[in-house]
Design a protein around this ligand. Structure first.
Ligand SMILES: Cc1ncc(COP(=O)(O)O)c(C=O)c1O
Length: 135
């Protein structure tokens, strides 16, 4: 499982079946005015070898609030399709749910993505209810 943009959601940490299951890539960090910054996928250093069976991103990411741009997501989708591996998009409470993402973000799904959405923050926190859209 490749996380192309670290840091990723801490909740994934204990979900692997063994210690070597996850690999991640450091981000490019764009410095913005007033001490702000934005994480970007470092595509120049993103290697997808034979040991990678799946790519996973969260959008938005918890707790960094990073939102992958549409261009980054499309690029990751293209890479996943080129390597015949699925792209897992952990959308959690993101688009099309309202009031979470305040930047332009277009939902993406196709036959090669596994799109995950959570209903837990919509009044069902105890039930941990989710929706998975996949082929
Ligand atoms: C990125 C991300 N994925 C998954 C989850 C877990 O969702 P759930 O509350 O349905 O267990 C969260 C929860 O905050 C999250 O932020």
């Amino acid at each position: 499982m490749l996380f192309p943009l670290a840091p990723e959601y801490i909740g994934y940490a204990d979900s692997g079946l063994d210690e070597e299951m996850f690999v991640s890539v450091r981000p490019q960090i764009e410095l913005l005015p007033e001490g702000q910054f934005k994480y970007h996928v470092d595509f120049d250093n993103l290697t997808i070898g034979d040991d990678i069976g799946m790519i996973c991103v969260s959008r938005p990411t918890n707790p960094t609030s990073n939102v992958l741009t549409d261009e980054e997501l499309v690029h990751l989708d293209e890479l996943a399709q080129q390597h015949s591996i699925p792209l897992v998009i952990d959308n959690a409470y993101g688009v099309p749910f309202p009031g979470i993402i305040f930047s332009d973000a277009t939902p993406l799904w196709n036959a090669n993505t596994i799109l995950c959405m959570s209903l837990s923050k919509l009044g069902l926190p105890g039930s941990r209810c989710g929706i998975i859209v996949g082929n």
